[in-house]
Design a protein around this ligand. Sequence first.
Ligand code: SF4
Length: 224
Amino acid sequence: MRSFSPSRPQLLQLFNLMLEDYGRQGWWPGETPFEVMVGAILTQNTAWTNVEVAIANLKRAGMLAPAAIINSDQTELAQLIRSSGYFNVKAERLKNLCRFLQECGGEGVLREKTSQELRQGLLSVNGIGPETADDILLYAFERPIFVIDAYTRRIFSRLGMCNGQESYEELRKWFESGLGPDQKLFNEFHALIVRHAKEACTTEPHCEQCSLVERCLLGANRQG
Ligand code: SF4
């Protein structure tokens, strides 16, 4: 297996093929950065459609604000986000995030911090791991941080560019150094990876209808 050290042209080629197939994804769905942060926690281990229901409930109840979440009854909060699954755990995580925002002086103060400081701060919140932290950094704070998820591992290991066992940080750094810091590109690239994993590179991949097939190790083996 080749070691994963993609060049910018190589990655851009894949990006452009997916962009041609699916168009711009317009991520992240959310009216405010805070809504994006809440969505990043609620989407852990569940489909986005379930998150939409939970966010609509929070909005209807006037609870989509840090102070409202901090002051809420945790059981009631959990009921509002029930559709997103693991709702008791996620209610606690939302409260942890909101307390972090409050203790730091709010979103405006956090915007002044470097990406590294912000990332460390988010990772110190109980229930926020690297993927959630990086979703928040990229989509709520518009920082050039590449998000790695199971779909990224699946597609890039099938392409033959990594073995899928690399650490989160290893893969993140490879994408970031391969592409160079480019928040808008990272935003679209991650969204396209998710789309491609849902449309073509599914658990049982549809290589026959995949535009990446000529650049894909598994695709070539399956066709050959
Ligand atoms: S050719 Fe098949 S395995 Fe390769 S990226 Fe496309 S769908 Fe996935």
